[in-house]
Design a binder for this molecule. Structure first.
Ligand code: FES
Length: 520
């Protein structure tokens, strides 16, 4: 290395393959998802479902199959949220959780967690087989592996938890991966698929079963009562017996303070062609930075999906660097021929890491919510739909208490609550005090940054054609300062994870109002 050259050996070895300039999910790129109209009148149904990702679509499918009249509404286009940007592993192996859950919730409830997710996997498998849905569904063993001595004990404890709970599994030193591992815990017969292809089939079934679907229809409020109603941003009303919020961040936050009971993380995926063949299996590292691996069949060819690099939304390094880190990992272990896709997802984690699924409160038994799947929404989103179907049709479920959104476990909820809200306070203050030197005129094409305009903090992005777009960086949720995300060309809030387009439009809540536009 020449004197004065500060490039590290690792950076020097990054091959000259470029990342795709813009993010695109393979699931969305490869599937024709049908379009639906906006809601343009008041309607009355049995169940109004808000949010068309895996839980909303599966709930609408199950309830319309039972003969109930359902309306499913989505603020944007179907499946373009987290479900369209997942790694789509269908597994009850959610990283290392069973040992931790036993210590917090006891053996019986932890077993319920496993069973709810194992049943969700079986439901997906059975539905695909019954209807012969073409969605690249493949059974695979799932591994949590480690290369770190410190994590070996945790893998051992996790395997002991499997044994205590009767979960099929094994402990191994070495996995089929082309690099050494120190230990891994294996859960056999899990699966992977193309979630958008699978859910597009369910969407078509909802329509055949008499359901209604509306896109670009944003729910902004709910009226309580035996006959409840969802109010949309364009002033229409869906009167219904039950309301189900599956909108990722619940649209009905008014009385539940979900923004203080969950935190948002982003993670990244590359879809690559490689020199080395993939050995089969689905993998996730126990240690950070997370590395997740699975394969997918793209136009008859084998691709590897390399995921990981999660961080709190709006916090951390330039987001392109996360994709670069995954690229380096892929090159090192598999040799990259092509990086065809890159995309990222946002996930919500609750205070105790269990999803919130069920009645929003005892006073509003007909208003239900499903959120906080951590990063495992394929099974927990399906488990949520199966539970909500039971609750709406008044059948009992052993999982009601476990997922009750009103629960508060002293440990770990209090600790997590304090840490999360101290983090919010820190970012609120840091954003206000930050010194800014950059000016809008310093930005090149396709560059965004926080800038100084008339002495105040503002957000600016100069698009590829050279047009400048400026916004007020004060988040419309609770006033934190948003940060630029160059990987996605969005403004992301470090406090509760709201995200806005470079033009200020809301992409993810809890914020409901757009960022204020500043005239260039
Ligand atoms: Fe809460 Fe921005 S998301 S202040």
């Amino acid at each position: 290395m020449a004197e004065g050259d500060h490039t590290t050996m690792a950076e020097q070895s990054i091959p000259q393959l470029n990342l795709p300039q813009f993010p695109e999910s393979y699931w969305l790129a490869s599937t024709n998802v049908p379009n639906f109209p906006k809601l343009t009148q008041d309607i009355k149904v049995d169940v109004a479902i808000v949010g068309a990702g895996i839980s909303g679509i599966t709930t609408a499918y199950l309830l319309s199959k039972q003969g109930l009249k359902v309306a499913l509404i989505e603020a944007g286009q179907l499946l373009t949220g987290t479900t369209g940007h997942t790694t789509a592993k269908i597994t009850a192996q959610h990283d290392l959780i069973y040992d931790e859950f036993i210590s917090h919730f006891g053996k019986e409830q932890t077993k319920h967690y496993y069973e709810a997710n194992a049943e969700a996997l079986q439901f997906i498998k059975k539905t695909i087989q019954e209807h012969q849905i073409s969605c690249d569904f493949t059974e695979e063993d799932a591994y949590v592996y480690t290369n770190s001595d410190e994590q070996v004990n945790k893998i051992t404890a996790e395997f002991e938890a499997y044994e205590a709970l009767g979960i099929p599994g094994s402990y191994v030193d070495q996995t089929p991966l082309p690099f050494q591992t120190k230990a891994a815990v294996v859960m056999p017969n899990q699966a992977r698929f193309n979630p958008v292809a699978y859910l597009t089939f369910l969407v078509n079934q909802i329509i055949k079963q008499g359901g209604q679907i509306y896109e670009y229809t944003e729910a902004i409020n709910v009226e309580k009562g035996n006959l409840a109603a969802v109010i949309t941003s364009n002033g229409y009303k869906i009167t219904c017996g039950h309301v189900v919020s599956c909108s990722h961040f619940p649209f009905i936050d008014g009385w539940s303070f979900y923004f203080a009971r969950m935190y948002a993380e982003r993670s990244y995926v590359l879809g690559v062609r490689t020199n080395k063949d993939y050995p089969g299996g689905m993998y996730i590292s126990a240690e950070d930075p997370k590395r997740s691996l699975r394969s997918a069949t793209v136009n008859g060819e084998q691709f590897i999906l390399i995921g990981g690099e999660n961080h709190k939304t709006g916090q951390g390094i330039c987001t392109i660097k996360h994709y670069e880190a995954l690229k380096l990992f892929g090159e090192e272990h598999f040799g990259l021929k092509e990086i065809a896709y890159r995309w990222s997802a946002q996930d919500l984690t609750t205070l105790d890491k269990l999803p919130y699924i069920g009645r929003t409160s005892a006073d509003t038994p007909n208003i239900l919510v499903a959120t906080g799947y951590k990063k495992w929404g394929m099974t927990t989103g399906t488990a949520a739909a199966l539970l909500i179907e039971k609750m709406v049709t008044r059948k009992e479920s052993p999982y009601e208490e476990l997922f009750d959104p009103g629960r508060f476990h002293a440990d770990p909820s209090i600790k997590t609550f304090i840490v999360q809200n101290a983090d919010v306070a820190k970012h609120f203050i840091t954003g206000k005090l930050e010194m800014i030197h950059k000016l809008p005129e310093d930005l090149g094409n396709d560059e965004g940054s926080v800038v100084k305009v008339n002495g105040n903090r503002a957000g600016a992005y100069r698009d590829q054609q050279g047009q400048l777009h400026m916004v007020d960086t004060t988040c419309t949720h609770m006033g934190c300062e948003v940060e630029w995300n160059h990987g996605e060309r969005t403004w992301d809030c470090p406090c509760h994870g709201s995200r806005f387009s470079y033009k200020g439009e809301v992409l993810e809540g809890p914020a409901k109002r757009p960022l204020k536009i500043i005239e260039a």
